[in-house]
Design a binder for this molecule. Structure first.
Ligand code: LIP
Length: 283
């Protein structure tokens, strides 16, 4: 089987423009989410289960993201959690999550983010290359950004992951799905891991998990079940901050499993997760 042709990356100036637009759009949608949050947030709909919720603000924020991006780059495609894929003709597609951490937003827990990524190549997670992104932490107003080969920043300050610690000294972030079958398997894996690490943190937003890792607030992160929009921008922030972001058994990071952290400890976690068959819903 021939190796896939590496994508043609945009030049440095274009990457900087994409990064700036990602930040502008994420901040604009973040202001709407923050200032427009009613005292009582109502559920507009549910998706994969009664606890996988959509709010009116998810829909409004995604619409603002789409308008902001289209105003500056009308030929680009846009894939959003709520509105799906609107293909483009430029070779650039935007992958957006209007509120990552929707349950936290619903409950008023200050850990939710707007995620905006620019990818090149086919608009499918197994084939695209993330080239720029921004994750805006709505509650504290901070914004993580990255461009491929140009580093990761938090409000303009460079980010660097922690030096690798032994697994037993590592603070590990993770998350859990919305269905009982998936959570049963995830409970099995986290129960086996917990005695072997410093501690576990469950922030409730994959985008903030990966950005927290990028800034040294976590040593490692893993999660099964991430959607492309949860992962796209923050995976670039983490990798540009020095993390390896992978799947299991040589796979790309994605829905089956995403693991992130510095070498060599991330390799220890990958081997543990492979032994636990953590990329299945086996109880
Ligand atoms: C969330 C993820 C989080 C995961 C939650 C949920 P959402 O995305 O960011 O890591 O543990 O179950 O999937 O649904 O808030 O966009």
């Amino acid at each position: 089987m021939t190796a896939p042709t590496p994508p043609v990356l945009p030049d440095a100036a274009t990457l900087a423009d994409l990064r700036a637009l990602a930040e502008r759009a994420a901040r604009a949608a973040g202001a709407l989410v923050r200032d427009g949050r009613p005292r009582q947030v109502d559920v507009s709909a549910t998706k994969t289960s009664p606890v996988d919720v959509v709010t009116a603000m998810d829909l409004a924020a995604e619409e603002l993201l789409r308008r902001t991006i289209a105003a500056h780059r009308p030929d680009d495609g846009i894939l959003g959690e709520e509105g799906g894929l609107v293909p483009g003709t430029s070779g650039v597609t935007w992958v957006v999550d209007p509120i990552d951490g929707t349950v936290n937003y619903l409950y008023g827990i200050p850990a939710y983010a707007v995620s905006v990524a620019a990818v090149v190549g086919p608009p499918t997670p197994d084939e695209w290359t993330v080239v720029a992104g921004a994750v805006h932490a709505v509650a504290d107003g901070r914004t993580y950004t990255a461009a491929r080969g140009a580093g990761a920043l938090l409000d303009g300050v460079p980010l660097q992951v922690n030096a690798p610690a032994a697994l037993a000294q590592s603070l590990v972030g993770t998350g859990f799905g919305y269905t009982a079958d998936r959570r049963r398997g995830q409970a099995r894996v986290v129960a086996a891991l917990l005695p072997q690490v410093r501690d576990i943190r469950r922030i409730g937003s994959a985008a903030l998990d990966l950005c927290t890792l990028a800034g040294g607030g976590l040593d490692l992160y893993y999660e099964r079940g991430l959607q492309p929009w949860d992962l796209a921008a923050a995976s670039l922030v983490a990798s540009e901050a020095g993390a390896l972001v992978v799947g299991l058994r040589g796979a790309r990071p994605g829905e089956a499993m995403t693991v992130a952290g510095p070498e060599p400890t991330v390799g220890e976690l990958v081997r543990f997760l492979e032994e636990q068959r953590a990329d299945t819903d086996e109880a």
